[in-house]
Design a protein around this ligand. Sequence first.
Ligand SMILES: [Zn+2]
Length: 388
Amino acid sequence: MTRFILFYFIALCFIDKLSYSVMSYHHITEPEYYQSPINIIHEEALKHIYPPVEINNLGSEEKFLIINTGHTYKLKGLSREATLTGGSLFNKYIFNNLHFHWGKTDSEGSEHRIDYEKFPLEAHFLWKHFIDYNVPPEFLKESKSRYLKKLCVMYKKQQLSAKHKKQLFSTKHKEQLHTNITSDVGIVNFIKEELDDLHDWPVTVRKDGNVERETIVRTLKLKTFNAIYKYLKWIQVNEAESSNPCDSASNEEQYDFNISEFTSQPTTIFAVIAVFFKIDDNAPRYDALSFANLVTEANSNFTTVQDLLSQILTLVNFNQYYTYSGSTTTPPFPTSVTWIVLRQPIFISHEQLDRLRLLLGPEGIIRENWREVQPIAGRFVYFHGEEA
Ligand SMILES: [Zn+2]
């Protein structure tokens, strides 16, 4: 019995270690590992039953800005009343916009793929949730003190004269100094090496279906990383020429006074519901797409007050979907998105799809506005629903 418990304990540690190392800080700060869209392999998705997806306050009085952004056809919600919760989301999200991705022929257009299959159109319902989080000032203080210590070691090692030290901090010499900790790359590497030791994060990522937590952890770590980066850069720029990094007494208080500037910044996370469309000329005509002929020119727009979301959202099937943590698919590709990708496509007529294909961007017709699939890179994709 004891042996069994011991084995169980070791196995648990191993599983935890494994999933944590996949999602370690080093990866978390490198957005290229958590990009979207992805090709979803159904067989590899982990089965997980989530609570029902809940969409509320759709209402008939929603105010929309309909806009051809030059990249997509977008319905931006101006009333901000519709909310999304449930499914793989614990927080409540506010509707922001609905937009579309299409291609020049019916054989492409969607961003996500299921078992390598592409669809001619993919709709994205994007929702936002605001996180009230301040980077703890002690994170910055401790990073500062470690940074100055490391700088002191280097200072002693190189036995820099005052003149050399001045040179070390001057931006002119950045290129030559790109490997040491006073350069941009140097500070980034310094934070990556030190931060895991510095701070015991309250949450780790486990293989438990909580993809929203992955999104939150990554977003907050990235926010902390950016705050420390900005703070150390500020110290570097404001480093007095006469001060010696080894003189801890003079450095201890010197750079603390404006820490709050670096700690409090708004943080937003996103949830996106992705809906695939297939062609069927008997498909319903969607009100949400019926304004495309009024915004043919890039950046043209107008506003309307009506319910443009319910029609599509009542047709889609929330009983089968994939969910994972990734990024937006347009620059700057922040990795702050929990995706809910519905497995079952709905239908659209050629006539309505072709109307999107006439929209103009800055360089003529928007022929294709989908992004290539990105590596899954150790992420878990979950599948909610009964097998077909
Ligand atoms: Zn999109």
